[in-house]
Design a protein around this ligand. Structure first.
Ligand code: ADP
Length: 292
């Protein structure tokens, strides 16, 4: 795709975006979209909310400070097979609009913009069965033609599970656009780790930096007694941390399985705001700190 003019057009379009993260997972159901949406929500929170949450406390409304710097965050969902991002932000009924500036995202709040293939389907439950060229065309348009505003501090790109055409397309298109790198989500299970191994090899092969590995659903924190139970048999290989070590990439942290995480996601809420004292939120805060 050397001569594709889109590479340079995308480079230009992406100039307004300071940081770009790809979120990858070896297989489906490990919490990739959950992580993408929670990462975006966390990045969009102001410093006061974050520092209160670090102490395990929710910020009061009066902590809102008009003068505070606002971080602009965008989420781009190119998981064309199962776009779950609109649901996670409670934006299912939204559609993308075109203006002379480009496609306008849906706004979850003023500083959090969302673009998803889900906004383009007449019925949210319709499966997307598209051939390669059409998928490539859409990804190209998403990267080139969305008007995110004057500037974005972070763009979180949620990708399909595994390594498919979509990944190769997005990586090729972003090759001139200063992609920060990939965050790889796994669970502690062996099989997921084997899939992740492939994911890490892919990053190496296409030359994208790995920002780190996140282990999701690492143990279950009982909401009543707060004790942690290991649900998945700990993998012989030592899970995400060992894997990260083997590949020489950072291990970013473990997010436990917690029913409240699912609830928060289903209601389009940040776990950091909803349940700041939970182990899941504390883990996410640590991860966000490392990623920033
Ligand atoms: P993927 O994008 O990898 O297919 P999802 O993000 O859709 O996976 O997550 C699959 C399901 O698991 C969702 O119902 C989500 O709410 C739930 N889930 C993800 N992470 C957690 C967690 N840490 N605790 C509880 N539920 C979780």
């Amino acid at each position: 795709r050397k001569e594709d003019p889109a590479v340079n057009q995308i480079k230009d379009a992406m100039r307004i975006v300071k940081h770009k993260f790809l979120v990858l997972s070896g297989k489906g159901g490990v919490g990739k979209s959950t992580f993408s949406s929670q990462l975006a929500l966390a990045l969009s929170l102001n410093d006061k909310i974050i520092s209160k949450a670090r102490q395990g406390q929710a910020a009061m409304d009066e902590d809102e400070d008009e003068d505070m710097n606002v971080t602009q965050v965008g989420v781009l969902d190119i998981d064309l097979c199962g776009p779950s991002i609109p649901r996670m932000f409670g934006l299912e009924s939204q559609q993308l609009h075109q203006s002379n500036l480009g496609w306008s995202p849906a706004y979850y709040k003023d500083n959090l913009a969302v673009v998803s293939i889900g906004f383009m389907l007449p019925n949210a439950d319709d499966p997307v069965i598209w051939r390669g060229p059409k998928k490539n065309g859409l990804i190209k348009q998403f990267l080139r033609d969305v008007y995110w505003g004057d500037s974005l501090d972070y763009l979180v790109i949620d990708t399909p599970p595994g390594t498919s055409d979509e990944h190769i397309t997005v990586v090729q298109y972003l090759r001139e656009a200063d992609l920060d790198g990939a965050i790889v989500i796994t669970t502690p299970q062996d099989v997921s780790c084997a899939d992740v191994r492939r994911e890490l090899s892919f990053c190496k092969k296409v030359n994208i930096p790995v920002i780190g590995v996140v282990e999701n659903m690492s143990g279950f924190v009982c909401p009543n007694c707060k004790n942690e139970t290991k649900i998945f048999k700990p993998s012989k290989s030592g899970g995400g941390e060992k894997l990260a070590e083997q590949f020489g990439v950072p291990f970013l942290g473990r997010i436990p399985l917690d029913p409240r995480v699912m609830n928060a996601c289903e209601n389009g809420k940040s776990i950091i705001e909803e349940m700041p004292d939970s182990p899941a939120s504390q883990a996410l805060l640590e991860i966000v700190q490392k990623v920033k």
